[in-house]
Design a binder for this molecule. Structure first.
Ligand code: M7G
Length: 336
């Protein structure tokens, strides 16, 4: 057990960027003693995802910490299932029996009873907002809205991209990288997504471009070699490593993304919960095809997405109200 009193004195954190100045090992030791964590608020308790997100504080530690706990998925292999669940060490308590129906509480051994836990510390208001109960609003973002509302907002308050730089320059998650193309123009790093904790049915990797590009809004015909390389070489790497057929891999962008460094999501087609809804996912094949048809498609298109907070929606609405003097047909529309 680490000497927590020493660690406590050293942890006084005010913002996300300060974290790099703290001795990482000591932070880790401190985070391991969760009895020092005081839950302030349950932000989300999702029974479908089997996920709870709470915000709280670590004793004598400045700033909020966000703790996300998620039940692990079941293993696919029959042998692992038998070893983990169908054995004499699993505690079974009967709840009811009715005809051929029987209900039980089951408590497998610790190793198979685990949770995936993510701790974000210090958590910024933006991290916390991400886990607040959602209220959904649809924005139809014209190029004008992008230039005047989205771009200034994201330039002033986007989430830190240090984790992306760390992966690209090989100082973090090297053991989770499955493919690395160093070319400055068309290269990328294919890494396991932090949400993926193994299991082919929920496979999730992301390709981070070496070239700094913010989002699909900035893509044009000059990026076609990059996009084709990500699609082809990324697929090949996954097929070879995981033996998953290419036609069971879904490859897409998010718009709007949470992190404005261009990245492509690779998931198995069976993964449901990866932002694949129609107001967020843009399949890479369609993106390539749109640009082939029109080089500046993504600078001209109205892109539809949903935001899950009134405060994120209001700047768009306010801009449209202020600029409400053009002919209706030419005005960008916004709908709720
Ligand atoms: P996104 O489309 O910007 O937004 O995807 P989303 O997070 O709302 O889906 C960013 C992706 O990067 C997500 O799938 C995250 O799970 C993943 N991700 C985020 N972080 C901070 C990390 C990280 O530190 N390492 C890795 N490997 N993946 C991350």
């Amino acid at each position: 057990m680490a000497d927590v009193s020493v660690i406590e004195e050293e942890i006084t954190v005010e913002s996300e960027k300060d974290i790099s100045e703290i001795n990482e090992d000591k932070v880790h030791e401190f985070m391991k003693d969760l009895s020092k964590f005081k839950v302030e608020k349950v932000l989300r308790n999702n029974s479908i995802q089997k996920l709870v997100a709470v915000v709280g504080t670590f004793e004598k530690c400045d700033g909020d910490a966000l703790v996300i706990l998620e039940k692990k998925i079941f293993p696919d292999e029959a042998l692992t299932l038998s070893q983990g669940f169908f054995n004499e060490r699993t505690e079974v308590n009967k709840i009811y029996q009715n005809d051929i129906y029987r209900g039980y509480d089951m408590f497998p051994t610790n190793k198979f009873n685990g949770l995936n836990a993510t701790i974000i510390y210090p958590a910024t208001p933006k991290h916390i907002e991400k886990y607040m109960p959602p209220e959904f609003y649809i924005v139809e973002e014209s190029p004008e809205l992008y230039k005047n509302v989205t771009l200034p907002k994201l330039l002033s308050q986007q989430l830190s991209l240090k984790w992306v730089d760390n992966i690209l320059n090989g100082t973090a998650e090297t053991d989770r990288v499955i493919f690395n193309d160093p070319d400055e123009e068309t290269g990328f790093v294919l890494v396991k997504d932090s949400k993926w904790h193994d299991g082919l049915s929920v496979l999730h990797l992301i390709a981070l471009t070496r070239k700094p590009i913010m989002s699909i809004r900035d893509l044009n015909k000059d990026h076609l070699p990059l996009l084709r390389n990500i699609k082809d070489a990324g697929t090949k790497a996954i097929v070879e490593k995981y033996n998953l057929p290419a036609n069971q891999i879904r490859i897409f962008f998010h718009y709007q993304p949470s992190y404005y460094h261009l990245h492509v999501h690779f998931t198995s087609t069976t993964l449901e919960n990866a932002g694949t809804n129609c107001e967020r996912a843009h399949m890479i094949t369609s993106v390539i095809n749109n640009i082939e048809l029109m080089s500046d498609y993504y600078q001209k298109a109205t892109l539809v997405f949903r935001v899950c907070k009134l405060s994120m929606y209001e700047p768009y609405e306010e801009y449209l109200k202020k600029n409400d003097d053009g002919p209706p047909a030419k005005k960008p529309r916004l709908a709720i």
